[in-house]
Design a protein around this ligand. Structure first.
Ligand SMILES: Cc1ncc(C[n+]2csc(CCOP(=O)(O)OP(=O)(O)O)c2C)c(N)n1
Length: 339
């Protein structure tokens, strides 16, 4: 882009009300999510953690959508893949690693839940159950409570395309539509529910059309375009806060890694398909935008990379040195305890 062309155009982030600092922070969190995910695979393969569920490829939709929330005030119901969401809302790299390594100090569950079952009381991150889609009616219920209390809180709930086949999805959206609840439904459509492709889940091309059946807007966005996701989510959050009811956002994206450490994705998708999506990496896309608008150069980018690696390594060091839960505490919070 020439200097004259640049002068004539308004950068997309400015049109969306985002500053250069906002955008660089978003980019840094996306890179942190990627670096933590890559470290989680090494820890799992090295036998230090039992299981890894990561988010490579989803960072654009996760970080940019969470950025549109009033973080700390709004309620967030992530699903297991939402490493980028919880980091954007304020969870630290250390807390993420305490979770991955199942340590007693893990704020998510003190090492009781599977890794990736996010919870953080101060950050309003609500714990989910392992059965897919159960967080969707929970979100509708939480949004009903804030509406009844007259609070201006918005509830954001995240799930994959596979979750849209579950009854809980339809029940949650219907309830939210009937009661015009302040909730934003965010579907990270990566084309697969483990090995089951979208074409075997739904006979419609865009899942967003389903929102019409519940009486509220549904939008499909390019989930690898962080700015597009931010714009769509901000609009949905404003609608919800203004009492205009729910929105369903379908963000089309792709998972670049296997479903979890227990999956072999070569059995159901080709290396060519993965490679084609790798070329649409949301982090590369945002980096190209930042460079285009002179907000980032090679030196600054390398400095961000070095800071992120240091943060991840420090998180691993601290979490590994942190004590494991006492075996006697395994049943704590499972049964009612007097006093
Ligand atoms: C009710 C239920 N059925 C099956 C499973 C096993 N399971 C765990 S994750 C998953 C796939 C979900 O896919 P999707 O919602 O598209 O999210 P993605 O993992 O692709 O991000 C399945 C079938 C489960 N946890 N709960």
């Amino acid at each position: 882009m020439t200097t004259t062309e640049r002068r004539l155009r308004t950068p997309t982030h400015e049109a969306l009300g985002l500053t250069a600092d906002d955008l660089l922070s978003m980019y840094t969190v996306m890179r942190l999510a990627r670096a933590l995910a890559e470290r989680m695979w090494l820890l799992q393969r090295g036998g230090k953690t039992p299981f890894a569920v990561t988010a490579e490829g989803h960072e654009g939709v996760q970080v940019a959508s969470a950025w549109a929330l009033d973080r700390g005030r709004d309620m967030v119901l992530p699903y297991y893949r939402d490493l980028g969401v919880v980091l954007a809302v304020g969870m630290s790299a250390k807390e993420v690693m305490l979770n991955a390594l199942g340590r007693a100090a893990d704020p998510n569950s003190g090492g009781r839940q599977l890794p990736g079952h996010w919870f953080h009381a101060e950050l309003n991150i609500v714990s989910g159950s392992s059965p897919v889609a159960t967080q969707i009616p929970h979100a509708a219920g939480i949004a009903l409570a804030s509406k009844l209390r007259g609070e201006e809180t918005v509830t954001a709930v995240y799930f994959g395309d596979g979750a849209t086949s579950a009854g809980d999805f339809h029940e949650g959206l219907n309830f939210a539509g009937v009661h015009r609840l302040p909730v934003v439904f965010i579907c990270e459509n990566n084309g697969y529910a483990i090995s089951v492709p979208s074409s075997k889940q739904a006979a419609v091309e865009d899942l967003a059309v389903r929102a019409a059946g519940y009486g509220f807007p549904g939008v499909t966005v390019d989930g690898n375009d962080a700015l597009a996701v931010y714009g769509a989510t901000r609009e949905a959050v404003e609608r919800a806060r203004a009492g205009e009811g729910p929105t369903f956002i379908e963000a089309k994206t792709y998972r670049l890694a296997p479903h979890t450490s227990a999956d072999d994705d070569r059995l159901y998708r080709s290396p060519e398909e993965v490679e084609a999506w790798r070329r649409r990496d949301p982090i590369e896309r945002l980096r190209a935008y930042l460079i285009e608008w002179d907000l980032l150069d090679k030196r600054k980018d390398e400095a961000i990379g070095a800071t992120v690696v240091e943060e991840v390594e420090e998180a691993v060091r601290l979490a590994e040195a942190s004590p494991e839960p006492e075996p006697e505490s395994a049943l704590q919070h499972v049964f009612y305890e007097k006093g």
